[in-house]
Design a protein around this ligand. Structure first.
Ligand SMILES: O=C(O)CCC(=O)C(=O)O
Ligand SMILES: [Fe+2]
Length: 282
């Protein structure tokens, strides 16, 4: 895991780290702790007052009757303005614009809260999607030579080895492969980070929540970023009000894919011809 300086970072170095190095980059002390505290308070309230929501890679927690210790709060955009503020951070936009293209989008925005005693997840990859173990459903030759995803973690609590900081296997993103019992996890590390920090990792890197063996909860915001052409895992738009969609910032519109017009109902389009170099030259 490479630690980057928020005042002075070299984007190419960070991109190399995500693609060809450990796969993980952390920026220290990026966020105002008041904002993080507010987000934490909201997530705790929401998580404590909802029924158990869908999660994934939690076979161990389920079979041991502990699934309720792993809580999710989904669809964060509409839950409070603080979530739009945190995801609009300048470092995120600067790095993701270079990594995934300037019109990158958000494919999922949730919180993962591990209560004391929560078991960890199985190690997995987030992209190309959580079900990459069904390899026959994906294109031949698919590989990790270029990024089609980047994950971000914003810790709301101390993410330590004891409290369940996300585990990962450095460099495992380089060979696109869903991890299984025949793989070597002996170099497993954890993305140790504190409230205020901002963590980026390559979604092809084998990773997963670790067990929370501390006395405190471990909550973090989890974000999936995508190039504009990849289908998101979470439908972030349908449940948002027109008021939200019309009045959110340009950055949020971009993240929700509202600025990208495809897929489009061509049959009712009033545009005659607005794509191509020839059109642009006019
Ligand atoms: O909560 C965590 O530490 C990681 C969660 C994760 O990787 C996932 O849900 O895909
Ligand atoms: Fe994951």
């Amino acid at each position: 895991m490479l630690t980057a300086d928020k005042e002075d970072y070299n984007k190419q170095t960070l991109i190399n780290e995500l693609l060809l190095g450990s796969g993980v980059v952390v920026f220290k002390n990026v966020y105002d702790l008041n904002d993080i505290g507010l987000a934490r308070e909201l997530i705790n309230k929401l998580a404590s007052n909802q029924e158990q929501k869908e999660s994934h890679f939690n076979a161990e927690a389920e079979s041991s009757g502990k699934i309720h210790l792993q809580q999710r709060v989904w669809n964060l955009f509409g839950k409070s303005d603080i979530f739009s503020k945190l995801i609009s951070n300048d470092i995120i936009f600067d790095l993701m614009s270079s990594f995934l293209g300037t019109e990158f989008t958000c494919g999922s925005y949730c919180a993962s809260r591990l209560l004391p005693g929560a078991p960890g997840q199985e190690l997995h990859i987030d992209y190309p999607y959580w079900d990459f173990y069904k390899s026959e459903t994906f294109p031949v030759g698919l590989n990790s030579s270029f990024p089609q995803n980047c994950q971000v973690t914003i810790p709301l609590d101390v993410c330590s080895e004891l409290s369940g900081a996300t585990a990962y296997v450095p460099g495992s993103q380089k060979k696109l492969h869903y991890p299984n019992n025949n793989d070597d996890f002996s170099n497993r590390k954890q993305m140790v980070a504190d409230p205020g920090d901002l963590v980026f990792f390559n979604g092809n890197c084998w990773h997963g929540a670790s067990s929370n063996n501390s006395e405190e909860q471990r909550a973090a915001l989890l974000i999936e970023f995508l190039p504009k052409y990849v289908k998101p895992v979470e439908d972030l738009v349908t449940y948002l009000s027109d008021d939200f969609k019309n009045n959110c910032s340009e950055r949020i519109k971009q993240l929700l894919g509202l600025n990208y017009k495809y897929p489009k109902i061509m049959d009712v389009s009033k545009t005659l011809n607005d794509i191509g170099l020839g059109y642009k030259a006019k």
